[in-house]
Design a binder for this molecule. Structure first.
Ligand SMILES: NC(=O)c1ccc[n+]([C@@H]2O[C@H](COP(=O)([O-])OP(=O)(O)OC[C@H]3O[C@@H](n4cnc5c(N)ncnc54)[C@H](OP(=O)(O)O)[C@@H]3O)[C@@H](O)[C@H]2O)c1
Length: 261
């Protein structure tokens, strides 16, 4: 029997990344839990994944640091012996607008949200090619995949979080280009949540009210997003597309970002 597949989930210590890691562990995946500063939370996510799947481990990396990003997948391979999928979930989300935009803000968001995700996809593809060349794995179209977490904001744009939005737009374009470039060995799928979790910028009451603002009367919850990521990883015929999981928020026009409404 072949060993359980291994997935690297970036930013998996807390919030949506943790939910995705747990859903995949419950589905039998071994999970590499990436974090940057939330070490205690990462250790807890690993313990909870291990109790579900039998194997998980945590890996620290600052995704703004290109050298560190290049060393991340080899560390995961060193630990588990293989990687089958990457979920690019970690994200910098800092406010700027048209008036406060700067090269520095753009670069920070681009490095962690687009550059790191592309380098991890590139590294997964190289690893899969090496395994196929060594006949360490059977040709099995659709088995290897990258999922990129995007944002319904891309289909419903406003100028808040200007650099964040540009970085996610770059990742959405990369989603298409990588799907072409990495085929047939690796599939690439986007998952775009709507307003799913609140932040320090929103009170619970305000979040509840905004969450209801969509054609379906509800946006996504963490379980919806995690289930969609799992579906994208396991559906062997899907590549070069994005699944919007947002209660239809992308069909509406919002003048401001939710957190500033
Ligand atoms: N939450 C929502 O409602 C929502 C809506 C639409 C789209 N999304 C997308 O869904 C994904 C998850 O959302 P979230 O709200 O759970 O994310 P988040 O809490 O804002 O960030 C997730 C993790 O990203 C990690 N991270 C940030 N910068 C990093 C860097 N330079 N290097 C390494 N790690 C870094 C942080 O890890 P540490 O804590 O370890 O530092 C953080 O815990 C994101 O891609 C986001 O754009 C979320």
């Amino acid at each position: 029997m072949s060993p359980a597949p291994v997935v690297l989930v970036t930013g998996a210590a807390r919030r949506l990344g943790r939910e995705i890691a747990l859903a995949l562990a419950a589905g039998g995946w071994r999970v590499a839990v990436h974090y940057r500063s939330s070490q205690e939370d990462a250790i807890k996510t690993v313990a909870d994944c291990t109790s579900l799947a039998g194997a998980a481990a945590h890996f620290c990396c600052d995704l703004e640091d290109e050298t560190a990003v290049h060393s991340l997948l080899p560390q995961v391979i060193g630990h588990f012996g293989q990687v089958d999928a990457v979920v690019n979930n970690a994200s910098t989300f800092e406010h700027d607008g048209a008036a406060s935009f700067s090269f520095a803000a753009l670069e920070k968001h681009m490095r962690s949200n687009a550059g790191a995700a592309i380098v991890l996809a590139q590294a997964l593809h190289a690893h899969v090619l090496a395994r196929l060349a060594a006949s360490a794995v059977a040709e099995q179209t659709g088995r290897f995949a990258v999922v990129n977490l995007l944002d319904q904001k891309l289909w419903n744009q406003n100028p808040d979080f200007f650099s964040y939005t540009l970085s996610k737009a770059a990742l959405e374009a990369a989603n298409t280009m990588l799907a072409i470039a990495l085929a047939p060995q690796v599939r690439v799928v986007g998952v775009a949540p709507g307003l799913t979790l609140t932040s320090h910028l929103l009170s619970e009451e305000k979040f509840e009210a905004l969450h209801k603002l969509s054609p379906l009367g509800r946006s996504s919850n963490p379980a919806d997003v995690a289930a969609t990521v799992k579906f994208a990883l396991e559906n062997a015929s899907m590549t070069g597309t994005t699944l919007l999981v947002d209660g239809g928020q992308h069909l509406m026009k919002f003048e401001r970002d939710f957190s500033l409404m």
